[in-house]
Write a protein that binds this ligand. Sequence first.
Ligand SMILES: [Zn+2]
Length: 123
Amino acid sequence: MPCFWCDRFGVRLTRDHVKPRCAGGGDEDNIVMACDGCQASRNQIQQYYTNAKVLRFKVAIRWPDAGRRHKEQIRRMRATLLKQLSGVLTLVAFWTQRETDRWGSSPTAALDLTVPDLPKRRA
Ligand SMILES: [Zn+2]
Protein backbone atom coordinates (compact mmCIF):
# COMPACT_ATOMS: atom_id res chain seq x y z
CA MET A 1 0.00 0.00 0.00
CA PRO A 2 1.43 3.41 -0.91
CA CYS A 3 1.30 6.59 1.15
CA PHE A 4 -2.08 8.17 0.46
CA TRP A 5 -0.55 11.61 -0.11
CA CYS A 6 2.69 11.07 -2.03
CA ASP A 7 2.07 7.57 -3.49
CA ARG A 8 5.43 6.25 -2.31
CA PHE A 9 5.74 2.51 -1.79
CA GLY A 10 7.96 0.72 0.71
CA VAL A 11 7.72 3.34 3.43
CA ARG A 12 6.40 2.99 6.96
CA LEU A 13 2.76 4.04 7.08
CA THR A 14 0.71 5.23 10.03
CA ARG A 15 -2.85 6.41 10.42
CA ASP A 16 -3.34 10.06 9.51
CA HIS A 17 -6.43 12.01 10.53
CA VAL A 18 -7.12 14.24 7.51
CA LYS A 19 -8.98 16.77 9.62
CA PRO A 20 -7.10 16.87 12.93
CA ARG A 21 -8.89 15.45 15.96
CA CYS A 22 -8.19 18.72 17.80
CA ALA A 23 -10.14 20.48 15.03
CA GLY A 24 -13.13 18.23 15.53
CA GLY A 25 -12.20 15.53 13.03
CA GLY A 26 -13.59 12.09 13.88
CA ASP A 27 -12.52 8.58 12.87
CA GLU A 28 -15.17 7.98 10.24
CA ASP A 29 -14.21 8.89 6.66
CA ASN A 30 -11.26 10.82 8.04
CA ILE A 31 -8.35 8.38 8.22
CA VAL A 32 -5.79 7.63 5.52
CA MET A 33 -2.45 5.82 5.69
CA ALA A 34 0.47 8.24 5.35
CA CYS A 35 4.28 8.11 5.43
CA ASP A 36 6.40 9.77 8.12
CA GLY A 37 7.40 12.65 5.84
CA CYS A 38 3.85 13.58 4.94
CA GLN A 39 2.76 13.11 8.57
CA ALA A 40 5.50 15.43 9.83
CA SER A 41 4.60 18.13 7.35
CA ARG A 42 0.89 17.91 8.20
CA ASN A 43 1.64 17.78 11.94
CA GLN A 44 3.08 21.29 11.74
CA ILE A 45 -0.35 22.59 10.79
CA GLN A 46 -1.99 20.52 13.49
CA GLN A 47 0.47 21.82 16.09
CA TYR A 48 -0.14 25.38 15.01
CA TYR A 49 -3.90 24.86 15.15
CA THR A 50 -3.63 23.50 18.69
CA ASN A 51 -1.46 26.39 19.87
CA ALA A 52 -3.75 29.00 18.32
CA LYS A 53 -6.72 27.32 19.96
CA VAL A 54 -5.01 27.30 23.36
CA LEU A 55 -4.12 30.97 22.99
CA ARG A 56 -7.69 31.80 22.01
CA PHE A 57 -8.91 29.97 25.11
CA LYS A 58 -6.47 31.76 27.38
CA VAL A 59 -7.23 35.18 25.95
CA ALA A 60 -10.97 34.63 26.09
CA ILE A 61 -11.29 32.90 29.46
CA ARG A 62 -8.28 33.58 31.63
CA TRP A 63 -7.37 37.15 30.81
CA PRO A 64 -7.02 39.53 32.58
CA ASP A 65 -7.11 37.96 36.03
CA ALA A 66 -4.19 35.61 35.57
CA GLY A 67 -1.41 37.91 36.71
CA ARG A 68 1.65 39.45 35.09
CA ARG A 69 3.57 36.27 34.38
CA HIS A 70 0.68 34.82 32.46
CA LYS A 71 0.30 38.02 30.44
CA GLU A 72 3.93 37.78 29.34
CA GLN A 73 3.42 34.11 28.40
CA ILE A 74 0.42 35.02 26.23
CA ARG A 75 2.35 37.83 24.54
CA ARG A 76 5.27 35.51 23.75
CA MET A 77 2.96 32.80 22.44
CA ARG A 78 1.21 35.29 20.18
CA ALA A 79 4.52 36.62 18.83
CA THR A 80 5.70 33.07 18.10
CA LEU A 81 2.45 32.17 16.33
CA LEU A 82 2.56 35.32 14.22
CA LYS A 83 6.14 34.55 13.23
CA GLN A 84 5.12 31.04 12.13
CA LEU A 85 1.93 32.13 10.38
CA SER A 86 3.22 32.70 6.85
CA GLY A 87 5.03 29.36 6.83
CA VAL A 88 1.94 27.58 8.09
CA LEU A 89 -0.29 29.28 5.52
CA THR A 90 2.08 28.10 2.78
CA LEU A 91 1.80 24.54 4.12
CA VAL A 92 -1.99 24.86 4.33
CA ALA A 93 -2.14 25.99 0.69
CA PHE A 94 0.01 23.02 -0.33
CA TRP A 95 -2.12 20.43 1.51
CA THR A 96 -5.37 22.09 0.51
CA GLN A 97 -4.32 21.70 -3.12
CA ARG A 98 -3.38 18.07 -2.53
CA GLU A 99 -6.66 17.27 -0.78
CA THR A 100 -8.59 18.97 -3.58
CA ASP A 101 -6.67 16.94 -6.18
CA ARG A 102 -7.64 13.74 -4.37
CA TRP A 103 -11.23 14.46 -3.40
CA GLY A 104 -12.38 17.53 -5.30
CA SER A 105 -12.64 19.41 -2.00
CA SER A 106 -10.49 20.08 1.04
CA PRO A 107 -11.69 19.07 4.53
CA THR A 108 -9.00 21.14 6.22
CA ALA A 109 -9.28 24.35 4.19
CA ALA A 110 -11.78 25.74 6.71
CA LEU A 111 -9.49 25.43 9.75
CA ASP A 112 -9.39 28.70 11.64
CA LEU A 113 -5.72 29.58 12.05
CA THR A 114 -6.14 33.20 13.12
CA VAL A 115 -4.10 34.42 16.07
CA PRO A 116 -6.35 36.38 18.43
CA ASP A 117 -5.54 39.93 19.46
CA LEU A 118 -4.53 40.60 23.03
CA PRO A 119 -7.49 42.09 24.89
CA LYS A 120 -7.56 45.77 25.78
CA ARG A 121 -6.36 46.66 29.26
CA ARG A 122 -9.20 47.14 31.72
CA ALA A 123 -9.84 50.72 32.72
ZN1 LIG B 1 3.82 10.45 1.90
